[in-house]
Every structure is written in C-alpha cells, then in structure tokens.
Write a protein that binds this ligand. Structure first.
Ligand code: HEM
Length: 170
C-alpha cells in the first residue's frame, strides 16, 4: 500500500499572511489623508514638539515617503522599496534619539490621525497595535540617554521581496 506523500499532511503555514489594510482603509486617497492628519497632529500636539523638531521644517518630502511606505506596509502597491530600498526602519531612525516619550508622542499623532481618517473601529485597533509594534522596535534610547542594546537582528527584507505584513519591514 502506498504511503501518502509526506508533504501532503503539512499545514499551509508557509503561505504569507495576507494584509488587506490598504483596501480596508480606503486605498491611496485615505493613506494620503492619514499622513496629512498625522503631520498636522505633529505640528500641533504639545507633547509632539520634540519629535517635530527632529524633522525638517518642510515636511513635503517626508510626507511623500511616508505615504509610499505605508501603502506598501498596509498591503497596497509596492511604492516604497523600488524608490528607497529595504525599509530597515530601525537603522534609518538611528540618528534620532527615540525614547519611550518620543515613541508615545509619535503614537499620539498617529492615533489622532486614525481617529480622523479610520472610522472602522476594528481596523483602527489592528493598525494601532501594528504601529505600536514598529514604534517600540524603533526606540533606541531609554530615559537618561543610554542607547539600549539591539534586540536582535531585524528580519530585513531585500528589495523586491514581499514581507509579511507589519513584521519584517522594520
Ligand atoms: C517612534 C517614534 C518615531 C520618531 C521619533 C520618528 C522620527 C522620524 C524622523 C525624524 C524621520 C526623518 C524624516 C525626514 O528625513 O524628513 C523619520 C523617517 C521615517 N519614519 Fe519615522 N519616526 C518614528 C516612528 C516611525 C514609525 C512607527 C514608522 C512606521 C510605521 C516610521 C516610518 C518612517 C519612514 C518610512 C521614514 C522615512 C524613511 C526613509 O528615509 O526612507 N517612523 N522618522
């Protein structure tokens, strides 16, 4: 009697998880609005003043890069990696001292933007959790100014590779 092929019984764990956040949020136009609202919040929330000061006075180019990044990160068109290469966000944020307060200020801006542009509560909660994961991963200093040790090599993604949603892009 023939044995079943050994792979026939393997669960499909290797399939990349699907990420439909881009579509659920409303596509490109809403990502643009979200990024606008995010930087408006950064310009106005008092607790975000230190984070705003890390950025250039003209946010135009930064906005365009964040729109491209978020489109890709949310499972939409691959707009970032062809332009900028692998995200490596931890490395790209290394020049900026990002402590828990900076992380929380960044999150406060994003939460305000999500409250304005994402009426779907379930999606908002998923995006909030995903943003927090990245923001905390990017944190590179503790109060007092000491650099914290790298938590481990980020699972970076080569340009042209598809990353699992909200994970290896960092
Ligand atoms: C945790 C607090 C964070 C701070 C203080 C921070 C700050 C900054 C600053 C100062 C820049 C440079 C902007 C410029 O060159 O004009 C930057 C770039 C960027 N940030 Fe953040 N960031 C934070 C979190 C995040 C998170 C959570 C994400 C994504 C979910 C993100 C995505 C990006 C991207 C895509 C860029 C552009 C990278 C590139 O040059 O290709 N940042 N950030």
């Amino acid at each position: 009697m023939s044995q079943p092929h050994p792979h026939a019984t393997l669960p499909a764990v290797t399939a990349a998880p699907s990420n439909d956040h881009f579509i659920r949020l409303g596509g490109h136009a809403v990502v643009v609005r979200l990024v606008d609202a995010f930087y408006r919040a950064m310009d106005t929330l008092p607790e975000a003043a230190a984070v705003r000061a890390m950025h250039e006075p003209d946010l135009g180019p930064t906005k365009a890069v964040l729109v491209a990044y978020l489109s890709e990160w949310m499972g939409g068109p691959k707009a970032y990696t062809p332009q900028r290469g692998a995200p490596m966000l931890r490395r790209r944020h290394q020049p900026f001292p990002i402590d828990a307060a900076a992380r929380d200020a960044w999150m406060a801006c994003m939460r305000q933007a999500l409250a304005q542009e994402c009426p779907d509560e379930g999606l908002r909660a998923e995006l909030d959790a995903a943003f927090y994961k990245v923001a905390d991963f990017i944190r590179n200093t503790d109060a007092g100014g000491d650099m914290r040790p790298h938590p481990g090599r980020p699972r970076e993604v080569a340009p042209g590779q598809v990353a699992a949603p909200h994970q290896s892009q960092t």
